[in-house]
Design a protein around this ligand. Structure first.
Ligand code: ADA
Length: 554
């Protein structure tokens, strides 16, 4: 399943999860590979970087146009339909689609060539402190569409005169050679709208419907009320397409040093979570997503940061349903000036931000957009790129604040650009220093360096421990020491009213890339700062956080 609810009733859809034929370049064997999955789960490809080809024969039930939707291919996909190339996409963490017109009823072949190699072609997937897997790692679906179809729906709720209102922007595409007319219908609960539409040949057009919605209840962390937003297209009185979204009525605002949700200040307390599970790799199953959510909520977390890339929409659906605040960010981690100079870098970032916002816009749980975790914010060239990315976000969405997690302490020249200033700090782990002194130095500097009167989030704090390593001396790498450091950090940050949120680094241990930088020396080739290990076995720190999140930040 590609979402936790049905996005189409009229549009015929077929999910292509299941077994695909697979061949890996350089291997003379044909495999059967499950989709979605990572090829690293197969004993022949445990840490393979290369090019693999997936093929599947599909049956198209009637003549017409088909639309293939890929929720995630890691990290580059070239898609062929009956041997003809129909799509190219870079980045494992954002969805993409492809349309094939005038397909005849019957059997057809879909082939997906997948590349997870590193090199200049890949500016964002590089050797890093997380692992770039290979494969069709998120769900795939095939749809039949008419000459006109609903491409997407963006729902922007706002309060006016004490009543919930919303802008609904419906983008309709016409893939035929002549102008098309039709009727667009919208319904949410008892509120409906209808308008006649016309779209030029091979064009697309966005139609705006603005309505007041009586008798709806707000979405909040404690009461995550959700509503089904039905949009449909009819031509000559016949329903030809539909697009169903699930939305929530909530407003996010920044006032002085606080983040407000529906007029009330919120305190964010949660985890950084990589999409990585021991046996799944990055193709985390719904069952394991739910387990992660249950474990985070069991320790009173109310937020998650999708470090360091856009997440699977099913996880975001879970956050919507459970009232979990989400900081979602574009794909970038620790990129130095030389990485940001890669000729593909700016376009690959721009594509990722566009696809992230276009596809995830309606999730009420996403309360902030992030960019460029710990990238070169201390350089003029870096500032130019930060500025461009913040501007791109605001050009697509003015309803959410922006931020970026910095580690360029005392040198960052971009703090005037985001709405919220966030910093990563490992006092007690990477630096043995008094946490409160270091915190005061950081915030004093932020206030003088562009971050005056802005909300502040501690986007990363933490320490490492190897699961099962206990030592009464509380020495480094013991579970006891990790718990001590996290407790001491939270004691400072959660008692500082200049700070409106904390994200512990990190929820679960995750695999890292062996061939690379300093992180290649990590024990077990894992980032061991999880409060649970990669199998979700809790360390001592897990219960420490439960105590701290219960005690503070309610
Ligand atoms: C950085 C980075 C994280 C992780 C962390 C660590 O803050 O943002 O991705 O690498 O350090 O574990 O050192």
């Amino acid at each position: 399943m590609i979402r936790l609810f049905n996005t189409h009733i009229i549009r015929q859809t077929q999910e292509l999860d299941g077994m695909w034929s697979f061949k890996m370049e350089g291997f003379n064997k044909e495999y059967q590979m499950p989709v979605p999955s990572c090829w690293e789960q197969h004993p022949d490809f445990l840490k393979h970087r290369g090019n693999g080809a997936y093929t599947k024969t599909v049956y198209v039930k009637k003549d017409g146009n088909i639309r293939l939707e890929f929720k995630g291919v890691s990290h580059t996909a070239d898609v062929y339909f009956d041997g003809e190339k129909i799509a190219h996409h870079y980045n494992a963490f954002t969805p993409f689609s492809a349309i094939v017109k005038n397909v005849l009823k019957g059997e057809h072949e879909i082939k997906v060539e997948v590349d997870n190699t590193f090199g200049e072609h890949s500016a964002l997937h590089i050797p890093n402190d997380y692992y770039t897997y290979g494969g069709i790692t998120r769900p795939v679906s095939m749809e039949t569409i008419g000459d006109m179809y609903i491409k997407n729906v963006h729902f922007t709720p706002y309060m006016k005169n004490g009543k919930w209102n919303a802008k609904t922007e419906i983008t309709v595409c016409n893939i035929s050679e002549k102008a098309q007319k039709g009727t667009l219908k919208m319904r949410l609960e008892k509120t409906t709208a209808e308008l006649n539409v016309e779209v030029d040949a091979n064009g697309e057009k966005t139609f705006l419907i603005e309505r007041e919605f009586g008798n709806v209840r707000a979405w909040s962390g404690k009461e995550p009320n959700l509503y089904m937003l039905h949009t449909a297209l009819s031509v000559n009185g016949k329903d030809t397409d539909d697009f169903i979204e699930r939305v929530g009525f909530r407003m996010v605002e920044i006032r002085d040093t606080k983040i407000y949700l529906n007029g009330e200040p919120i305190y964010i307390k949660g985890f950084n979570r990589h999409e990585d599970y021991a046996v799944d790799g990055c193709a985390v199953t719904l069952q394991h997503m739910v387990q992660d959510m249950d474990l985070m909520q069991a320790v009173n977390a109310n937020a998650v940061r999708t470090c360091h890339y856009p997440n699977d929409e099913r996880f975001l659906d879970l956050c919507d349903e459970r009232g979990i605040f989400v900081w979602e960010e574009n794909h970038a981690r620790g990129l130095l000036p030389e990485h940001m100079q890669n000729p593909n870098f700016e376009q690959q970032c721009e594509d990722c931000i566009r696809e992230m916002i276009e596809n995830h816009y309606n999730h009420p749980s996403i309360v902030i957009w992030g960019i460029l975790n710990e990238c070169a914010a201390e350089t003029d060239e870096g500032r130019r790129m930060y500025k461009a990315q913040y501007e791109q976000i605001k050009s697509m969405d003015t309803s959410r604040p922006t931020t970026s997690a910095t580690c360029r302490h005392f040198t960052d020249i971009c703090l005037d650009l985001p709405d919220v200033v966030s910093f990563n700090m490992y006092s007690g782990w990477y630096k043995d220093c008094p946490i409160d002194d270091r915190n005061n130095q950081e915030i004093d500097w932020i206030r003088k360096s562009g971050g005056d009167n802005k909300p502040i989030i501690v986007s990363e704090l933490g320490a490492a421990a190897v699961y099962g390593y206990r030592d009464r001396s509380h020495c480094k790498w013991s579970e006891e020491r990790q718990a001590d450091i996290i407790r001491d950090n939270l004691e400072v940050y959660m008692n500082d009213d200049r700070i409106c949120g904390v994200f512990v680094w990190q929820f679960a241990d995750c695999r890292v890339t062996e061939d690379g930088d300093w992180f290649a020396t990590r024990a077990r080739c894992h980032n061991n700062k999880g409060v649970v290990d990669e199998y979700r076995r809790p360390k001592i720190a897990y219960d420490t956080i439960k105590d701290m999140f219960e005690k503070y930040g309610v």
